[in-house]
Design a protein around this ligand. Sequence first.
Ligand SMILES: *Cc1c(COP(=O)(O)O)cnc(C)c1O
Length: 308
Amino acid sequence: MKSATKFIHAGAHPDPSTGAIMTPVYQTSTYVQEAPGVNKGFEYARSQNPTRKALEEALAVIENGKFGLAFSSGVAATDAVIKLLAPGDEVVCANDMYGGTYRLFTKVFERFGIVFKYVDTTDVKSVAAAVTEKTKLVWLETPTNPLMNVTDIAAVAAITRPKNILLAVDNTFASPALQNPLDLGADIVMHSVTKYLGGHSDVIQGALIMNDADLREKLYFIQKSCGAVPGPMDCFLVLRGIKTLGVRMKAHCENGAKIAHWLRNHPKVGKVYWPGFEDHPGYAVAKKQMKGFGGMISFELKNDSVEE
Ligand SMILES: *Cc1c(COP(=O)(O)O)cnc(C)c1O
């Protein structure tokens, strides 16, 4: 199936209780039990909700994964991954990444004894050099927010796989339309659903997608035990947002290319960071592992262009 078609149909099954084509918003906390412990698969909405279940299935389908889990924000999804670890465990991560991820690592999890090593992940050798026996996780973001650094996911997976180190990739900036880290050897894909997946600036949400059933069980346990779950209305909105991901990303790629070139030729603009430029250091890797360069761009202003 072509991906644009996949995005429209992912996770969509007629509702079993009514036949509704679109999954309804199950705005309920609790489900009746026929007898203690006997239910229809739903008992309490922190653990299971049918709208969230449909979305989690859709998230798995669009990332070519087996399992999806939805969280109340992108950072809540990241938080769940770090909670797989124990004090003393080490994480190798990028020296440029989303500021909220850096804040979570340095201000929250360092206090619990998790050790984070920040390296230039675009240079795969520096990832290999940072790995020790205590390394349990490599956390990548590619392209990065804000500097649009690109890391070769398959090359990092070649380091982590033989050592049984988990490889997680924040795929927010590429979206599943342009890059599928599980296909490149990652163990966990993380999304700030708030951005391209939601697509309409009306939802805060996060997601994790994986293939391994044990890993899914561990992360599901953290999801229900820590409780950072999204509400059913937000899940409904994201199910709706995902349907247009294909057409939206096509437009983002076209517009991104035009704006990046326009900025580069602007007299008041300095450096422009966009992986679609042939002289961007990550161009070759981006071309190899992404289906398009996306719509995210950052740039510097020349000093004399800032008005006092
Ligand atoms: C926004 C963002 C996040 C955090 O997600 P929230 O939904 O805001 O919690 C993580 N990573 C990247 C790359 C982001 O842009």
